[in-house]
Design a protein around this ligand. Structure first.
Ligand SMILES: Nc1ncnc2c1ncn2[C@@H]1O[C@H](COP(=O)(O)OP(=O)(O)OP(=O)(O)O)[C@@H](O)[C@H]1O
Length: 294
C-alpha cells in the first residue's frame, strides 16, 4: 500500500502543476458543488436525470451511427438548453443572488450587526414566549444577505421597530395581518401577511402544518432565519438552511437568534446553527428534538 501511494506521488510529481492549475480545478469543483446543491434542493433533480438520459442517448446514437436519431437528439439538446434557462429562471436567479450576496464580500468587509437587531431579538423572544403560552400561531422571517423584496411584496409593507406588543397584535388571530409571515430586515419590521414558498421536502414529518412548511421552505430558498410558533401546540421552532429545530425553550430561541443574527458576538462563535444546537446544554428544558434534513 505504501509502495502504491509512493508510486502515485512520484507519478503526480512528474506533472508540471502550477498554483493556477490548482486554482482552476478548485474553482471548477466549487461551481460543480454549488450546481449539484442547487439541483439536489430543487425540482431540478428530475430534470437533471432526464438530461443525463438524453445525453447518454445522444452519445449512443453517435457511436452507433444512428444519424436521424442523432440529428433529432442534437436539436433537442440545443433547444432544451434555452428552455432550461426559461424554466429554471427562479432557481438561476436565486443561485446568482446567493453567490453575489455572500462569502466573497465577507472576506473584505467586517460584519457589523445593525444596532436594532439586538432589540428585535429581545422583543421577538418576549413575544414568542407569550404567543407560545397562549397558543397563537406566528411566523417571522429574519432577512440576512439574500434580499426578500419579492416576498415582502406579497404582503403589506411596513416600517416599524420590532416591539413585543406589536408582534402579539400582528399575530392575534382576529387581526387583519395575522395570516402569513412578518418579515424583519435589519431589526425593522418591513412586511406582514407575506406569503412564503412552501418546502419541497417530501420527507417532512406529517405533523407539520402549512405554517411550518412555509417556514422551512423560506429557509431552503434563502439564507433567512425563520422563527415559528405552532398554533396547535404552542411549540417554538427555528428553521435555517432547510433544517428545523423544534420544541425550543425561549432561552434557546434567544441563543439561536443571537448566534445567527449577531455573528460578531463574543460569547458565540460564528458556527452554523446546527453546530450550536448540537453543542447546546443537555439540561435545557423542552429543547429541540428534531432536525429535518433538506
Ligand atoms: N405559504 C405560506 N406563507 C405564509 N404563511 C402561511 C403559508 N401557509 C400557511 N401559512 C400560515 O399558516 C396558517 C395556517 O396553517 P395551518 O392551518 O397548517 O396551521 P397549523 O395547523 O397551526 O400549522 P402549524 O402546526 O404548522 O402551525 C395560515 O393561517 C398562515 O398564517
Amino acid at each position: 500500500m505504501t509502495e502504491l501511494l509512493r508510486g502515485m506521488w512520484q507519478y503526480i510529481l512528474t506533472f508540471n502543476i502550477s498554483i493556477f492549475d490548482v486554482l482552476d480545478v478548485a474553482i471548477i469543483a466549487y461551481i460543480v458543488y454549488r450546481v449539484l446543491m442547487l439541483v439536489q434542493r430543487s425540482r431540478a433533480a428530475q430534470v437533471a436525470k432526464a438530461i443525463l438520459l438524453l445525453l447518454v442517448a445522444l452519445g449512443l446514437s453517435y457511436l452507433l451511427q444512428l444519424r436521424v436519431i442523432n440529428f433529432v437528439l442534437s436539436r433537442m439538446v440545443e433547444m432544451g438548453t434555452l428552455a432550461l434557462v426559461v424554466v429554471f429562471q427562479p432557481e438561476i436567479r436565486r443561485f446568482l443572488e446567493q453567490l453575489g450576496s455572500s462569502r466573497l464580500g465577507d472576506m473584505f468587509s467586517r460584519e457589523e450587526a445593525p444596532p436594532d437587531v439586538e432589540n428585535a431579538i429581545t422583543q421577538t423572544v418576549q413575544a414568542y414566549t407569550s404567543l407560545s403560552k397562549d397558543k397563537v400561531g406566528a411566523l417571522m422571517v429574519f432577512e440576512r444577505k439574500v434580499p426578500l423584496d419579492d416576498i415582502i411584496k406579497t404582503g403589506t409593507m411596513l416600517d416599524s421597530t420590532v416591539a413585543a406588543e406589536l408582534l402579539k397584535n400582528l399575530f392575534w388571530n382576529k387581526a387583519p395581518l395575522h395570516d402569513g409571515a412578518v418579515i424583519v430586515r435589519n431589526g425593522h419590521i418591513v412586511g406582514a401577511g407575506c406569503v412564503l414558498p412552501l418546502s419541497g421536502n417530501v420527507n417532512l414529518s406529517r405533523d407539520l402544518g402549512m405554517r411550518h412548511r412555509a417556514g422551512i421552505g423560506m429557509s431552503e430558498n434563502s439564507d433567512a432565519v425563520v422563527a415559528i410558533v405552532s398554533e396547535e401546540t404552542g411549540s417554538i421552532s427555528v428553521a435555517v438552511n432547510g433544517m428545523l429545530k423544534r420544541h425550543l425553550a425561549p432561552e434557546t430561541l434567544e441563543r439561536l437568534l443571537r448566534n445567527e443574527l449577531l455573528p460578531q458576538e463574543e460569547s458565540f462563535s460564528k458556527s452554523s446553527i446546527l453546530t450550536s444546537l448540537f453543542k447546546s446544554k443537555k439540561g435545557d428544558k423542552d429543547d429541540g428534538e428534531e432536525v429535518h434534513g433538506k
